[in-house]
Design a protein around this ligand. Structure first.
Ligand SMILES: NC(=O)c1ccc[n+]([C@@H]2O[C@H](COP(=O)([O-])OP(=O)(O)OC[C@H]3O[C@@H](n4cnc5c(N)ncnc54)[C@H](O)[C@@H]3O)[C@@H](O)[C@H]2O)c1
Length: 393
């Protein structure tokens, strides 16, 4: 079998049991490719006849070497720590995102695999500074400026993948995604819907700022085009390159989710709170989490990084991907099918329902801990102030 012909390639997707990885695998299978999905857990969805699944922990070198045998083109999507409680497990984030990526590169070299597409994030250049229409000439954010370990490790891993690009050995490229959405997405949309349903969507913030979203169909399209562009037939034009990938329609986060929230029968909040306050709340929540996570591992409502992603312009130009890969978003900020899906699942607000503010035990504990911590910090600041005043006298 030729190892430089996209048509004959065996395509392998790491993170193939995740939402985006499975969608990519499914599309490749639909267009007739042989697909191997690799993940630490099995997929929840049925496999087509030309798909196989290999269970593998990417942090284990031997397992990765064995899992990647037989592939010609690898899409490395598996990662850990983007959101939720896992966001704070720095050790595992490092192991999966950095060590796991090193293992994937080594296995590609060991098996003489020709192509590797790395799924990166636009966070590799973002540390809370304004970026409007940023392009690929932007430098990486310095390692000491990252606000979260996930983004930092995505940057380290991306760099390792791009440095591994070598003519006639392994061709690599990286796609820096915006926030992915679509029917079945598990990270962002269910969180917004649950917050709305539980009465926690009480205020707006950062309403002027724009960010990028990415429909999963566009994400899949970009990955397939990027892999094709690594072939000799296409002049290896994506080799060694990074590309920002989004719907190409920057939007404010609240405006993006507005059709979903309203479509489910909930009003949008009308009060706006200052960004500094949200940032401070996130800081307090993260600090409380840091202190108590050993005995109570809760999920903070927001992290500082999430607040900044919503409140500071961070959107990117996709011209390079359009020009070099032929990327063309087919959907832009399109939530209609997501809304239909949530309605089907019974998330539409019942008209007859009285409006109880259902706040779960977990939220109560989160809020109580934050209040305790804030009081502690404020009382400490007061003491400091007192000491300072005493010195002055
Ligand atoms: N979802 C987004 O909004 C978004 C935005 C920017 C970039 N990305 C990138 O896209 C990729 C996919 O993201 P996603 O949100 O769909 O992720 P996901 O969490 O749905 O999928 C990641 C998969 O990786 C697997 N995995 C984790 N640790 C593993 C290990 N040790 N060995 C093998 N498999 C392991 C998980 O089981 C999971 O199925 C990631 O690389 C992520 O950094 C996603």
């Amino acid at each position: 079998m030729s190892t430089d012909d996209f048509a004959d390639d065996v395509h392998l997707v790491t993170g193939g049991a995740g939402f985006t990885g499975f969608k990519l695998g499914q599309k490749l299978a639909d267009i007739g490719k042989k697909v191997i999905l690799v993940d630490i857990v099995p997929p929840k969805w049925p496999l087509a006849s030309n798909m196989t699944f290999v269970q593998c922990n990417l942090t284990k070198e031997q397992e990765v070497t064995s899992a990647l045998r037989g592939a010609n083109c690898v899409y490395h999507l598996a990662s850990y720590g983007m959101s939720g409680k896992e966001h704070f497990n720095n050790k595992l984030i490092e192991e999966v995102n950095v060590r796991g990526t090193e293992n994937v590169i080594q296995a590609c070299l060991a098996h003489k695999i020709k192509r590797l597409v790395y799924t990166s994030s636009n966070n590799v250049v973002f540390g809370g500074q304004e970026i409007s229409n940023g392009d690929e000439t932007l430098p990486y954010l310095p390692l000491n400026k990252f606000l979260d370990h996930y983004s930092k490790t995505k940057r380290i891993a991306e760099q390792k993948v791009l440095e591994a690009d070598k003519e006639n050995v392994l061709r690599t490229c990286a796609l820096r995604l915006g926030g992915v959405y679509g029917v079945g997405e598990q990270r962002h949309t269910p969180r917004v819907v649950n917050m709305t349903k539980n009465g926690l969507m009480v205020a707006l913030f950062g309403t002027e700022s724009l960010t990028d979203f990415l429909h999963v169909d566009n994400m899949v399209q970009a990955h397939i085009l990027a892999a094709k562009a690594l072939t000799k037939a296409e002049g290896c034009k994506s080799a060694g390159q990074a590309y920002f990938i989004s719907d190409g329609a920057p939007i404010n986060t609240f405006d993006f989710f507005r059709p979903l929230i309203k479509g489910l029968g909930y009003p949008m909040p009308t009060i706006a709170i200052p960004v500094w306050l949200m940032w401070f709340i996130a800081l307090v929540l993260e600090s409380v989490h840091f202190i108590v996570s050993g005995i109570y591992d809760f999920q903070p409502i927001f992290t500082r990084m999430e607040v900044l992603k919503m409140c500071v312009n961070n959107y990117f130009c996709i011209d390079k991907a359009k020009r070099e890969l032929g990327y063309m978003p087919v959907k832009q900020n399109y939530l209609s099918d997501v809304l239909d899906d949530f309605i089907k699942q019974g998330f539409r607000k019942k008209e007859t329902m009285k409006k109880p503010v259902v706040i779960s035990m977990r939220w109560c504990v989160n809020i109580a801990l934050s209040v305790i911590f804030t009081s502690f910090v404020l009382s400490y600041l007061q003491t400091l102030n007192f000491i300072h005043l005493e010195k002055l006298h």
